[in-house]
Structure formats: C-alpha cells, structure tokens
Design a protein around this ligand. Sequence first.
Ligand code: FES
Ligand SMILES: [Fe+2]
Length: 383
Amino acid sequence: MQQEIKWPAEGNARVPYRMFSDPEIYRAELARIFLGPTWQYLALAGELPQPGDYLTTFLGETPVIVTRGQDGEIHAMVNRCAHRGNLVCLKRRGHADNLTCVYHAWRYDLEGNLDSVAFRRGIAGKGGMPASFHLEEHGLKKLRVDRFGELVFGTLSPEAPPLANYIGNQIGSRIHRVMHGKPKILGTTSQILHNNWKLYFENVRDTYHATLLHAFFTTFRISRLTSEGGVDIAENGAHHASYTRNKVDRVDQATSDQLYAGIPSLRENFRLGDPGFLTMAEEFGDDTTTQILSLFPNFVLQQIQNSIRPAAGAGQSGRSRRLCLDGGRCRRQFHPARDPRLRGRVLGPRNGWFRARLRSQSDDRSLGARLLARLSALDGVVT
Ligand code: FES
Ligand SMILES: [Fe+2]
C-alpha cells in the first residue's frame, strides 16, 4: 500500500501525477467507475441490424458481448462462460443463431440465457449434471442496456439512474442535434495511446489546445479562438460539450490570421488545391461548425463540420500506462509495449472508432469519406 495521496490545497485545479499512474487507483476506478453506477457506450444500433448480429467490447476491462436478439432488441452480457469463465465470443463481430462456448460447448441464446449443456444427462447412464442443476440459474451475466437514439449504452450497476437522466437535458440536446438521423457507418479505425484513460478525457475537454495544436483547424480556418463558441456542462457536472460557430467570427479573417501569426499551427503557405473540399452544408440550423462532446466515463462524440464520430476508450496497464481507443475496447493482448509484433502498428478496420456521417450528407465527395479513404489506405502500415 502506497502512501495516501495528499490533495493540493488548490483543490481540483491541481492534480497529483500519481492519479495517472498508481495501479491501486486504477483498480479502484475499474471497480467504482467502470463497474459502478455509470452508463458506458457499447455500440451504434446500426452496427447490429439483424437478429443474430453480435459484437464484442469492454466495460473497463470486463469483456462484453452485444447482440441483436430474436426479439429485435439489443442485449448485452459479460463475455465469460458460466461454466469455467472462457470467453464465449472470440471474434470482434459476427452473426450467429446462438452463442456457443468453444471449451465444453455450453450454448446460450442471444440474450445470454443458457440453452443447453453438453452431456447434461451423462453417457450411458453415467456422469452428467445433478438433478439440482437448472439451466436458468447459469446464464451469462446480463448488463442493463438502454439507447439514446442510435447510441447504445450499458451498465452492470443496478444503481445507475435511467440513461436519459444520467445524460441530462443540456448534453442530451447536444447529442440529439448531431444524431437526429440514422448514421451510416463508413468504417472504423483505432488508436492506442500509452497513457491512463483520464488523460484522453481531459484532453477532449481541454479547449485551450485545439487551435494551437491542430494545424488542420487553424490553417483551414475550421475553428479558431476568435470564432464564437462556448462550453456546456451537464446538470450533474459529469459531461460536457464544447462548440464553435465558425461562421460567427468575432474578428475579420485578416485580424484572426494576424493573431495566429507565429503560432505553429498556422501554416501560411499551405492551401488546398480545391477549397470546396471543406465547404460545409448547413445541416443543423445553428451555425455550429464544430462540437466536441464527452459523456463520463468513456464516450466522445465529435462533429467537425458535416462529419460525426463517436469514440470510446478505457484502460491503463500497471507499469506502462496506456489508453486503448478501440470503440470502448481495451485489449490487453494488443498492448504494443507487451507485444513487439504489434509495436507501432496501426490496427485494422475491425477495431472500433466509428467514422459516421449522416445519410443526408453521405456523398462520395464528402470530407468524411475522403478522410476515411486515406485512413483505410494507411491501415496496417507500420508507422
Ligand atoms: S468454459 Fe464454457 S463450456 Fe466450459
Ligand atoms: Fe485535440
């Protein structure tokens, strides 16, 4: 047991570095946050269009299966066989009539109920399960599942409030403004960051860096601190949405350029051959060109012009800190520091950062589609 952390007198404005590296704190976070009364993003409903479709993900480090059941509803359960804890679903996604564990062939239905047990009555009158064994007592552990439009969330906690209350009106309306249609999934990509999960979430909420660090925003005038904008905080303080109304610049372009002169993110002589590439269609009726939103603890939803992207992640390995951004999946086996074969590798499209775009805007010339094409071309390349 390490020494207790003494919180600085300045309060939450000062965070001890140990909060990002202490394995005991991380274990407590897994139990109290990721297995606690929070709702965590699992999937887009459109990823599971047909009964029998399934995908696998994680709540913190707990493996989870998400299915579209025969009843047409989305279900989620812990991906641990009730027999001896084997992973029931080994693939990232697939389609099946039932969920059968490869180890001893216990078979579950798409809602996680145990349907059958191999050799339950034994062989030739010998062996088998006792009469006291009841199938209904040995299903997979089920998650509570709820949807906010197309976004599917899950929790293992009976104490989590109803999802709509958890999200609240302030941030709920911000989600609704970009998720008002049925998203078309263009593809997925993933990234491993070698840090604690909290750093990613702090970064998403850090409005200071965006136009200073991201050359793309500043150089192409997609977002600047001279633009109108602000930050909304959820009623419960847990979630946020920052936004830019780039069309409502507080100063003219020349003044804005002057303010950014000398800032490395402004590449003066870097221009697109076809500036129409970045033309935004007014889709939301409120002039908001960028909206970056986070739901505690694992979900981010970004709108940059007409492209939207949900992303999620969690995790930290003991000594080598990490965050796996993989659609909420945190895969120990993909930790490059532990697996030299994967070091520096860009993981493939089976991993889960979803680049989605509203159908009404989904022509091939879209910014999102072109970016995705570039990303797909990079897929599998060692960087
Ligand atoms: S561990 Fe799954 S059937 Fe035995
Ligand atoms: Fe950023």
